[in-house]
Design a binder for this molecule. Structure first.
Ligand code: SF4
Length: 256
C-alpha cells in the first residue's frame, strides 16, 4: 500500500494556511521550537481519550507504534472489521486516496458502525467539525458505512464526587448532519492541499489573522521575521483554557 500524503492534522493545518502545509512537509526545520510548557500542554488530554475508551470495553487497540506501522495498521483494521470478532476498535486506521486517519473509537451496534472522536475541550468548534468531516470522508470512502459520527467532549457541568462517573463526564454529540454538509468542501480542499504539496516552492501567502487562528502557527518565527509591524502577534492573547485544565487535573487525580 502506498504511503499517505495527508493526515487529519496536516489536512487541518492546510485548511488554516496552505503555506504552513507546504513548509511543514518541505521545510520542517523552519518550524518554531516548542517550549517545554507547550509540549506538556499537548500531552495533557490524551488521558481523556483513554478514559472515553473505557466506556466501550473489550475493544482492540490498533494504535501504531511508529509512523512505519501506519499502512500495516490500515490492513489490520480492514481485516479485523471483516472478521467481525470485535465490536470496538480503538485507534482504527483508515486510508483512502492517500489520506490517512486514526479514529479514537469505532463501535458496532446491531450490525451498524458508529464513529467517535474524543476532544479535549468543553465545547465543539468549527475546526472539530471539519476534523470529524475529514475522518468521515476517509472512512466511508475506504468502504465502511458509518451509521453516525459523534464528537465526544467534556461535560462542563459534571460534579465531582468520590468516584469517577464515566457515563457523566462526557457529552456525546451526533455531528452526522454537519459532517455530511462538509463532504464537498473536504473533497475540494483535499485537491487543493495535494496540489500545494506538489509545488516547487511555497505558495505566496501574506501573514495575517490566520497565523493565529484556529491555532497559533509554528512558522510565525519564519514568516514574520521581516514584518515591521508585529503588533498583531505581540498582542495575541489566547483565550484561556484554564477552566478545562483544572477540570482535567481533577479527573486525573481521581483516576490515578
Ligand atoms: S505564519 Fe502565517 S503565513 Fe506563515 S505559514 Fe503560518 S499561517 Fe501561513
Amino acid at each position: 500500500m502506498e504511503r499517505h500524503i495527508l493526515s487529519k492534522s496536516t489536512f487541518i493545518r492546510g485548511n488554516q494556511c496552505l503555506k504552513s502545509l507546504y513548509l511543514n512537509k518541505k521545510r520542517p526545520f523552519l518550524r518554531d521550537k516548542l517550549s517545554p510548557e507547550q509540549l506538556a500542554k499537548f500531552k495533557r488530554g490524551s488521558r481523556l481519550g483513554l478514559l472515553a475508551q473505557q466506556l466501550f470495553p473489550g475493544g482492540i487497540d490498533l494504535t501504531p507504534r511508529s509512523p512505519s506501522q501506519y499502512q500495516k495498521r490500515v490492513l489490520e483494521t480492514t481485516e479485523i472489521i471483516r472478521q467481525g470478532k470485535y465490536d470496538t476498535l480503538n485507534e482504527a486506521v483508515f486510508q483512502f486516496d492517500q489520506l490517512l486517519i486514526m479514529l479514537d473509537i469505532l463501535n458496532r451496534k446491531d450490525d451498524e458502525w458508529f464513529g467517535y472522536e474524543v476532544k479535549s475541550s468543553l465545547k465543539i468548534s468549527d475546526t472539530y467539525l471539519l476534523d470529524a468531516a475529514f475522518q468521515y470522508y476517509v472512512i466511508t470512502n475506504s468502504g465502511l458505512k458509518l451509521k453516525d459520527m459523534f464528537l465526544v467532549y467534556v461535560n462542563k457541568d459534571y460534579s465531582f464526587e468520590e468516584e469517577l462517573r464515566l457515563d457523566d463526564i462526557f457529552i456525546f454529540e451526533s455531528v452526522l448532519e454537519k459532517v455530511l454538509e462538509l463532504q464537498d468542501y473536504v473533497k475540494e480542499k483535499v485537491i487543493e492541499e495535494k496540489a500545494t504539496l506538489h509545488l516547487n516552492s511555497s505558495p505566496q501567502i501574506d501573514v495575517g489573522e490566520h497565523c493565529l487562528h484556529p491555532y497559533p502557527c509554528d512558522f510565525i518565527g519564519h514568516c514574520w521575521k521581516n514584518v515591521s509591524d508585529k503588533s498583531l502577534i505581540e498582542s495575541y492573547n489566547p483565550s484561556s483554557n484554564e477552566e478545562f485544565y483544572e477540570f482535567l487535573d481533577k479527573i486525573e487525580q481521581m483516576d490515578a
